[in-house]
Design a protein around this ligand. Structure first.
Ligand code: ADP
Ligand code: ASP
Ligand code: MG
Length: 436
């Protein structure tokens, strides 16, 4: 069971989480995020440090500490528990104050970012102890490892996690951190923003769990982004493939990589609402159970790269050479379209953009457009759904679509639009495809 930032963001919510995890006696691992707002605050502290602005960093640290001091006053009641909670806060904020005195580095940045999940889990354990709920504590930094390409080492995770579990054979309830990990250099690292979902899925895979429950602040995966569209509705059943596409193409409710570990081990993933525990939510499983359009998602920060060459495109081996450039820079391509004289691809990171562009130049004219958004329409057998393209393009007739990808998979149609048109596109599709 994984609980996100909002689900643990207030003392009363933590109490509710304790109720939810003790509704039955089944053996379980509970994965917690940092309290909502904490990771953002830690990012700001790190940024201030990176810019050499120690006063600002100090002020942000003090504000965050205040928040925690207030938080525990409503979390726990007894003298003993208050003292324990204060010790937890003191330990972690002492660390944050120490960093003000050492020089900033990327490794330190990751250490700073890890404080949120360490604080939330330890404070939650203090509460569980006060409430007389027997539990074990699993330190994620001791089993959640990533390799030198930032990929989780599922085999090693399985071995180490099971070693930890076997130390407490009689314990049925374990608490651990989402998001944080240890990298190939042995340093503290993380699974990227929103990574607690990924932790939960990796843990579920490592222990062959019967289910992976992601508890959040909404009743499941909705048909469209609820932050953008006024009316959206939950999708009750999704296949792993559909959910993976939605997560990868921007549905914030799930970390982009969080589906594969569960899918690989055929463990159903449930998306549930902590604030409405009896709502049906979404079940993600092998079988999609129905056909047609299920949901739309959007991913910002996309770069479109067009390579135009009248001479070389038709020559065999041209695409291989183009792709090799991206492979060399370990940059994955999301969308691709080709014409007689040009090929367009999209990437979601500018880290190696200049180098990639330079190496593509011998192949033709290279044009790069930034501020693009991929809008993905997802659903099982979508390509075979009657009139789907007609309805789709009819709905967005005013949007200057830059690229279209259709037929690459059976459950996805993707469009590339300028980011300025994202909101209009999502709203138009909500009406045109879902009648909402
Ligand atoms: P948590 O802190 O629990 O991990 P997140 O904020 O990461 O929660 O994810 C939940 C949020 O995702 C929702 O509050 C909602 O605003 C947003 N969201 C974006 N797209 C979708 C979607 N298609 N369905 C449901 N929620 C979505
Ligand atoms: N706390 C981390 C974040 O805000 C991880 C997570 O919540 O999933 O990104
Ligand atoms: Mg999240």
């Amino acid at each position: 069971m994984k609980f996100g930032g909002t689900s643990v963001g207030r003392p009363e919510r933590m109490h509710q989480v304790a109720d939810l995890i003790t509704r039955d006696d089944e053996k379980k691992i509970v994965v917690l995020s940092a309290l909502s707002g904490t990771t953002n605050a830690l990012v700001a502290i790190s940024q201030a440090m990176a810019e050499g602005n120690k006063n600002q960093a100090r002020q942000l640290i003090e504000e965050l500490e205040q928040h925690y001091q207030q938080f525990i006053l409503s979390l726990v009641k007894t003298e003993t528990a208050i003292t324990e909670a204060k010790t937890v806060i003191a330990d972690h904020f002492e660390f944050l104050h120490i960093i003000l005195r050492i020089s900033f580095s990327e490794a330190l940045n990751k250490d700073i970012l890890a404080q949120g999940e360490l604080l939330s889990t330890k404070l939650f354990c203090v509460y569980l102890k006060e409430a007389g709920i027997q539990h074990g504590y699993l330190p994620a930094l001791e089993f959640m490892t990533i390799d030198s390409y930032d990929e989780p080492q599922i085999g090693a995770i399985r071995i180490k996690l099971n070693q930890w579990l076997s130390k407490s054979p009689d314990t049925n309830l374990f608490i651990t951190q989402g998001y944080i990990s240890r990298n190939a250099r042995g340093e503290v690292d993380n699974l990227k923003r929103g990574g607690s979902d990924y932790s939960a899925s990796l843990i579920a895979a490592a222990i062959n769990a019967s289910v992976c429950e992601i508890w959040t602040d909404i009743d499941g995966m909705h048909n469209n982004d609820p932050r953008i569209c006024e009316q959206t509705r939950p999708v009750h059943i999704l296949s792993f493939d559909e959910a993976a596409e939605l997560a990868y193409f921007g549905a914030k409710i799930l970390h982009p990589a969080s589906i594969w570990p569960a899918q690989f081990n055929n463990i159903p993933v449930k998306l549930l609402n902590t604030m409405q525990p009896d709502a049906r939510g979404t079940v993600i499983q092998q079988d999609a159970e129905s056909k047609g359009v299920k949901a739309v998602a959007a991913k910002d920060g996309i770069y479109a790269i067009r390579i135009k060459s009248s001479r070389m495109l038709l020559a065999y081996g041209f695409l291989r050479k183009v792709f090799e450039v991206f492979e060399k820079y370990r940059t994955s391509i999301d969308m691709i379209t080709t014409s007689e004289v040009a090929v367009s691809v999209t990437i979601d990171s500018a880290v190696h953009l200049d180098a990639i562009s330079r190496e593509l130049e011998p192949f033709g004219t290279v044009i790069i457009e930034d501020n693009q958004t991929i809008v993905s329409v997802v659903g099982n057998e979508i390509a075979e759904t009657e009139n789907v393209l007609l309805r789709l393009f009819d709905a967005i007739s005013d949007v200057p679509v830059r690229m279209v990808s259709y037929g690459g998979s059976k459950h996805n149609i993707s469009l590339l639009v300028p980011s300025a048109y994202k909101v209009a596109t999502l709203r138009a599709l909500n009406k045109g495809l879902f009648d909402l």
